[in-house]
Structure formats: structure tokens, C-alpha cells
Design a protein around this ligand. Sequence first.
Ligand code: CA
Length: 512
Amino acid sequence: MIIFKLAVLILISALNFSLISCDKPKKPNVLFLLADDAGFEIGAYLNKIVQTPNIDALARRSLLFEKAFVSVSSCSPSRSAILTGQPIHQNGMYGLHNAENHFNSFDNIQSLPKILKNHNIKTGLIGKKHVGPSEAFKFDFEATEEQHSINQVGRNITKIKLLVREFLKNSSDSQFFLMVAFHDPHRCGHVTPQFGPFCERFGSGEEGMGIIEDWHPIYYQWEQVQLPYYIQDTEPARRDIAAQYTTISRLDQGIGLVLKELESAGRNRDTLVIYTSDNGPPFPSGRTNFYEPGMNVPLLMSSPDKKRWHEATYALTSHLDLLPTFLDWFDIPQQNLDENEVTSLTGKSLLSLLDHDPPNDDTTAVFGSHNFHEVTMAYPMRVIRNKRYKLIHNLYYESKFPIDQDFYVSWTFQDILNRTISKMGIPWYKTLKNYYIRPEFELYDLNKDILERQNLAYKKDFLKLRNEMEEKLKKWQEDTNDPWRCEPHAVLEDKGDFKGNPSCLTLAHDEL
Ligand SMILES: [Ca+2]
């Protein structure tokens, strides 16, 4: 009898142990959803025309950021900044990574996948990589343009769904970081015009377009699109937006499929989901600019413990905060992360926002740094933006603002160009002349002038404010070891006699 009781006890203990093992929560994971050139064309951000039910549903399970900003409004530079937590002048990715441009970050850069690998977290990247050198951003599982056609891994949402399924199946026992980097809604008129300006016909099932099994294309009427203030009100521009909407709806359906895979794998209960875009839309004042349409991007953060679901925050947030957020989520300390010992990270984890907003602080600011987009487009800019004001420093203000190949051939830009050449007049908030020609400093009061048309930088009443913001910007440039921090009127000397005492030595421009 005693032996029987003992056996029962052992059996019960074993069962308990096994139950405890099953109930033990898995360590948390991250699903990072990155759109390519997407803006606020989302129902959750009050666009009433474009259909984005899946992103809207995610927004209802997220904290929605109204004031999230990129640190650079250009694809590769922005991705490198997200994955290193460093601005481009610090990580070396000055422009686009494409073959003809060949920009790369520094070889020994400390990137997120490298850090996570050291902590035994399985990493995956599905979709657009567009950063290099490849080994510096090596994920354990990669299905990117390095192995596949970019449209297949970036726009074919059925293929993306199956790749996500494969990654999750292989990671069933692991803690993971999965980045799904959609190529939608990027333009493609300059590379594969047969699919339409935004590849909105790719996989549509029409003759010669192929078919994406899971995609239900939605087409929009150009008369009905919700025209943003920074795009001219003309038929070609509206048709451009209508095409963009179709690819945004494909992105939305892709996000729905990916989230369903996460749920089917049972990992939605322990995974932080973040959605954002690498830069603003490819329209005037958007991508490649530090004006609001280029810099302000959507950001959704959905915590599995339902913290602040269906709430919004106006806290100033930078993409440079993402890497610290991921490290915080995985409980990885930031100390000694930088192999080069260049500087520490300037971003801050966003996880505390899941509990409450920070106190109202007028001194908080976000920063940005842009050097190139394409290799021919040298136009370095630095920016500081606080809650109310933005100061842009155009270092090469004597050059005309450059236009990229992709945007140049777009219906929107061709319309602006043709109307300007034929002196037709453009129903637009700018002229091509004032778009091309920019002063060295631009200072805007965003409370009164969200369109950024009244430059206050040279107004007497704002000189003090400009100086204060300039000083803060300069301090950030110093903190992040910006080689351009003395530009354009001085030369930085930081070696030889100046080692340990880096100095800006004047070029006497004022004396000329
Ligand atoms: Ca992009």
C-alpha cells in the first residue's frame, strides 16, 4: 500500500512537473514589420479611402504613435540606422546600397542581428535587405533580394506568408526576432514599368502580370483619393496616388497573412509586434526630405500583454529608439555594444511608453542626418525637431535639391516639371524653384505652420531660438562623431595637433 502511494505520488509529481514545463511562458519574441516608403495612407491614421483593415486591426491592438520620425528619409540609410541604432554619419551607410551606388556601412559595425546572435536569439529577415556589407547585417534566416527576386520576397504576399511559416516552424523552440520587410508600397516605374508605377499590377492576375494567390487587388478611383497637402491637385498626381493605394492594400493584406501565421504558430501571445515605414512616401517633400512628409512615419507597437491597446501617443519618437527598444525587450544591456567604441547609442527604449507617456517636456527633440540617396545626390542635411519647432541645416545649400531617378519618372514629378516648363501654373503648395533652392537654415513653427512654408530662421525674433537649436544639433553631431559637423563654413581638424581637441577651423567665408 505504501509502495502504491509512493508510486502515485511520483506519478503526480511527474505530471505536475510536466504541466509546469508546458505552462512555463516562452521567452518573448519580436515581429518587426517594415513597409517601404509608406506614409499615413492607413485607415487607423484617418485616411478614409484606402482600405487597410489588417493594419487598422493591428492598430486597435497597439499603441499608435503620432510623432514617430525617421533619422534619415532614404531606404538603405534608414534601414542601417534602424539596425545599428546609429545615424548614417556614424555607421557609414551614407546612401543607397544598390550596385551602382555601392554604399555600405563600416565592416565591423555592431548590428542588431549580430548582437542577437550573441544572445542566442534566432534572427530572420524576409523581404528587402538593402543594407551592406551583407555579413555585417547577417540574419540566421534570410530570404531577401540577395537570394530571390525582390518582387517575390517583397510583394508576393503568398510567398511571404510561406516564408514566415517556414521561419516560425524552424523557430518553434527558440526566442526569435523576425523582420518582414515588405517592398510595397515602393515605386517601380523606373525599374519595371510594365507592372505600373507602384508595381500595382504585379501578380494581379491580368494577362502577363502573374498571380499572387492570396491577394485580392483593390483598385481606386483617382477622383476619390485623399489628396495630401504636399501633392498637387492634378489628374496625373491623383492617378499616381490611386496606384500607390493599390499596393498599400496589398501590403495590408500581406500584414494580415503574416499576423495570422504568428497566431497559427501560437507565438502571438509572446511576441512584441512593431509596424513602421523606412521613410515617407515618394512624393514631393516626402522621401529624401526632412520636411514632415519625409520624416514623420507611422509606428504601431503591439505588446502581447495588451498594454495601452487602442491608445495613441504624441511622445516624440525616433527610429534610433528602435534598437534600444528591441534590446530592452530581450533584456540585453546596452553597455559595451559598440566594438569600435565610437560613441554610445543616443536612442532610448520605447517600452516605458507601454505603461504611460513621459512628462510633457519641451526640451525633448529628435535628430536626423542625411548625406545621399543615390550616389549623384550629395545633399547633406542635419535636422533637429522638438515638439513645436524644426531646424533643418542644409549643408550644401548652394546646390539645387537633387531628384532621384525613381521619383523623376513618376507621373507626379513629370506633371510638375511639364507644367513648370510650359508655365501652366501648378495647383500645389510650392513652386519647383523653391523646392530646388533652399536656404542654409530652415526653421519652422509646426504649431502654426505644419506645411513648413514660413521660414523663420532669418527673422530677428527667432535668432535666439535658432541659435539654441543649432547648439543642440551641434552637440548631437559631436556626440555621434559626425565628420560633417563643421560643414560648410569650416574644416574639422581632429588628428595630429588636434587629437583630443577636435576643432572647426574657419574657411573665412564671411570675409569673401
Ligand atoms: Ca524606402
